[in-house]
Design a protein around this ligand. Structure first.
Ligand SMILES: NC(=O)c1ccc[n+]([C@@H]2O[C@H](COP(=O)([O-])OP(=O)(O)OC[C@H]3O[C@@H](n4cnc5c(N)ncnc54)[C@H](O)[C@@H]3O)[C@@H](O)[C@H]2O)c1
Length: 392
């Protein structure tokens, strides 16, 4: 069977998860690894059965120069995430990138133009769009059961304690805030520099899929850094974005990494229309809810919607995040090996990044409203925001 010869970049926790999964999925062969922290290389090699044939790189440009690498799995966490994807595309590699796609509008343009010029595939591995309940909500909306959509909410409160904010740059070991006094070698990670609202792909991705829409305008507001909950962490606890879509719906999206929450169900969503509403559960022991205006009822009805999909193939089981992790790798494989169109194509992927980036910019500018560029080729690509000399 044909296999994608893939090089994985970024050997943190997520990269390690990808290696384990890619190794057991059909259509992939890991041929190279890359991370500037050499101390992380052995841990990654140790999960690979074909480790003897896997080449290791410290420098990204060396991995890109490897002619055997056909595709790059980008699992880095850094401000230049988007620029690295564009670089790989221009080097002739297909790219499957972790979320978010980019941290600047310029890098969104770089990805769009690099993919168009190179003809290579850019795939954003945003997996929550494949959840079972998201598909059920999409079907309800596209069948018109919720009427005209007026309001939609999504929030990601990714609170995992304080461990990801300080790290020993030599070993890659993370250090929780509570242990900092015993680890003078620990340094702030880039996550402290990242605006929390940039981490919206798991909210915008699935909700824009449900609505079949894109964001045209955004305004943001947030609490002030440092964190009120953990003052050693220089980050806002909560950032909120209000967005208007092309079809006229209003979205309220929120994100934060330092706001303590009582359980591990970090995502929450609701969609409202003139014909009814659906709402995700607030806590793990609750159920999702639906109310349809024509039901004759004035009460919400509880529904057994979940993460897993009833039509999931065996390979998807236990792949991660309610079986959703399987789907991103299957989609990339189908696109690269069999030419199948991506559900989350290049432009829809950028639709999940640009509004979030501009929400952070809006916060920095005292909540000034910002227009969101449409990266698709065509007359609307005239907002003058493409890098000089690069716009069509
Ligand atoms: N889809 C999901 O559910 C999900 C879950 C967790 C993380 N993520 C995403 O996965 C990515 C990695 O997350 P993580 O928790 O493993 O982060 P991490 O910080 O633990 O690891 C990232 C690794 O990338 C390396 N890196 C940074 N810049 C690099 C560069 N220029 N070239 C090569 N390597 C570089 C770092 O040295 C580090 O080892 C992030 O983008 C994050 O947003 C997604």
């Amino acid at each position: 069977m044909a296999e994608i010869q893939i090089g994985l970049v970024g050997l943190g926790g997520r990269g390690l998860g990808w290696l384990k999964l890619l190794q057991r999925l059909k259509g992939y062969r890991v041929v190279a690894l890359c991370d500037p922290i050499v101390a992380l290389h052995e841990r990654a090699l140790a999960v690979l059965e074909n480790r003897a044939e896997v080449r290791r790189y410290q420098r990204y440009e060396d991995l890109l120069a490897d002619p055997q690498v056909e595709a790059v799995a980008l699992c880095v966490r850094c401000p230049e995430q988007g620029a690295l994807a564009a670089e790989a595309l221009l080097a002739g590699k297909h790219v499957s990138a972790e979320v978010p796609a980019a941290h600047s509008i310029e890098d969104c343009w770089h990805i769009a133009l690099a993919a168009e010029r190179s003809g290579r595939i850019f795939h954003l591995a945003e997996q929550t769009r494949y959840w079972g309940f998201v598909e059920r909500w999409r079907q309800l909306v596209s069948a018109g059961r919720l009427g005209k959509i007026t309001f939609c909410e999504g929030q990601y409160l990714g609170y995992y304690g304080t461990r990801q904010f300080f790290q020993d740059p030599a070993t890659g070991q993370f250090c929780p805030v509570e242990d900092l006094a015993r680890h003078p070698e620990a340094r702030p990670t880039w996550l402290q520099g990242m605006q929390p609202i940039h981490y919206l792909p798991h909210e915008l991705g699935p909700m824009l899929k449900v609505l079949d829409d894109r964001v045209v305008e955004v305004v943001g507001m947030g609490t002030d850094a440092p964190s009120a909950a953990h003052p050693q962490i220089h980050q806002a606890d909560i950032q909120v974005a209000l967005m208007k879509t092309e079809k006229g719906a209003v979205l309220r999206l929120a994100a934060g990494f330092t706001q303590p929450i009582p359980h591990r169900d970090h995502h929450w969503y609701q969609v409202m229309g003139t014909g009814g509403c659906v709402e995700w559960r607030r806590a793990n022991h609750e159920k999702a809810k639906v109310w349809l205006a024509d039901s004759g009822s004035t009460e919400w009805e509880e529904v057994d919607w979940g993460f897993a999909r009833e039509d999931a193939p065996e390979e998807a089981r236990n792949s991660g995040h309610g079986d959703a992790d399987y789907y991103v790798h299957a989609a990339f494989c189908d696109a690269v090996l069999h030419g199948r169109p991506l559900e989350l194509d290049l432009y829809r992927a950028l639709d999940t990044a640009a509004p979030a980036i501009l929400a952070a910019d809006s916060i920095a500018e005292g909540s000034r409203p910002r227009r969101v560029p449409d990266f698709r080729p065509g007359p609307q690509r005239t907002l003058g925001q493409a890098p000089a000399g690069e716009a069509d």
